[in-house]
Design a binder for this molecule. Structure first.
Ligand SMILES: CC(C)(COP(=O)(O)OP(=O)(O)OC[C@H]1O[C@@H](n2cnc3c(N)ncnc32)[C@H](O)[C@@H]1OP(=O)(O)O)[C@@H](O)C(=O)NCCC(=O)NCCS
Length: 184
């Protein structure tokens, strides 16, 4: 898939114009600012205040672009008025797990609760169907107290298959990690 290729243009529930597209090398600064803002927020993601260096972000972005071109991953960046406001994708595992892909999603704080998460998830699933030929099962992990994300995943057909009790630390509290899957 070509870096920068647009796969969706539409409006959020509040009428904001949004675009989903594949990442490109030029997105480095935006992606770097994006992840560090989310990390500082300590939202329901694995980064909980850790700072990502520009060098590490560059490695991550280049790695994702390569995996996309090798059809081992889908990664879509969401933009509103040219600002990066969300990232979602699926990364294939390997060896005996090569038919499994891991899903992830996040949106910038000011853009949540207006349907963009659902649109982005749908767009990612559509792209996986077209490009990840080996994919048979999608898995994800979600903070046990992240009811909005759980609701979103259930509405997209994900089913819970396990819990690692009190295994995530967020804002000083131990939280269950819930695992979900969906057959494709
Ligand atoms: C989780 C996340 C991706 C969801 O995206 P979103 O755009 O906020 O969610 P949507 O507006 O598409 O809504 C998804 C569902 O949650 C519901 N929902 C959204 N905001 C809600 C709120 N504040 N209270 C209750 N329900 C809510 C919606 O009604 C919708 O349900 P429906 O399909 O039955 O209508 C986004 O909120 C986010 O990035 N959160 C922070 C990071 C995170 O949690 N990432 C997931 C890690 S597992």
């Amino acid at each position: 898939m070509k870096p920068g290729k647009i796969v969706f243009q539409g409006k959020s529930k509040s009428g904001r114009q949004i675009i989903f597209r594949y990442p490109a090398k030029d997105d480095l600064k935006s992606a770097w600012e994006y992840i560090n803002t989310l990390s500082k927020e300590k939202t329901f993601i694995l980064f909980q205040g850790e700072e990502v260096t520009l060098e590490n972000e560059e490695k991550w972005l280049e790695g994702e672009i390569n995996k996309i071109s090798e059809r081992k991953a889908i990664q879509l960046f969401a933009f509103a008025s040219n600002k990066l406001i969300g990232i979602s994708g699926v990364s294939m595992r390997d060896k005996a797990e090569k038919y499994i892909g891991n899903f992830g999603i996040s949106l910038a704080k000011d853009f949540r609760g207006e349907g963009i998460g659902k649109l982005l998830t749908k767009a990612v699933l559509k792209e996986t169907g077209k490009n990840l030929k080996d994919l048979k099962i999608i898995t994800l992990g979600v903070f046990g107290n992240n009811s909005i994300a759980k609701k979103l995943y259930e509405s997209m057909g994900f089913v819970e298959f396990g819990v690692l009790p009190k295994s995530l630390i967020r804002k000083g509290k131990f939280i269950d990690h819930i695992y979900m899957y969906k057959k494709v």
